[in-house]
Design a protein. Sequence first.
Length: 270
Amino acid sequence: MYRFLLSRQWVILTLIGLLVMPAMYKLGFWQLHRHDRKEATNHVIDRNLADPAVPVESLTGPGRTVPSSYLYRTVTLRGHYDTAHEMVARQRTAADGDSIGYHVITPLVLADGRAVLVNRGWIAAGDDLTTFPKVPKAPSGELTLTGRLRPDETTAATGIRNRAGLPDRQISLINSTLVAKQVPETLVGGYVELATTAPKPSGAQPELIPEPGDISSALNMGYAIQWWLFTAMVPVGWVILVRRERRERLAAPPAGSGTEAEPVPAVASP
């Protein structure tokens, strides 16, 4: 009664099941690995935010890549702003998650002449996107800053495409290598999100970037479990279909058993 499994229909159905099961199994582990990476990143961020601040020069330098282990590490900087080479990063979201504007990026020149890109915060876009926006004036003189160290932005990491031909002093990615030719000083790798300034600046300033929260990883674990459940459902569903097919074949009358309906005889016309 199981010879029907050798039919074309059942062979194809079985092969499809055998192919999709390992694919779904691997997709489950892919989501699990994404969950684990996010949890590891959350641990690094929490640790770095809690650690004491260190001079930015001790963690990065010209041509250096900021490693993931330094992500959001609290750093100190002492120097003066180079406002003549200030720029803005386009298409940035405010803390409310809805408003689109710019991040103000100003080089801070250190005592040794090197400079660090400082993200001073968010400003509204305004009406004319083809010109440099009106930016709150950066404080002058010697300053001491604290902030959070970030690696240079890349398209792969952020999904932001690096557009060419933008208006003067507007950039897509906050990347020390990409903007090096726009700044006379030698830039260190990465950039800093501003947290505090001493002396405290007077007048309006850009809206500071808030501290990062934990990256949600619950969905990834849910997706992993979902894929594994789908994997387990394939053989269960196959068995259910096989048993149903077998019952239907057992219930069907055998061919030529005489149980077919008798033909209605033709009525002779008068």
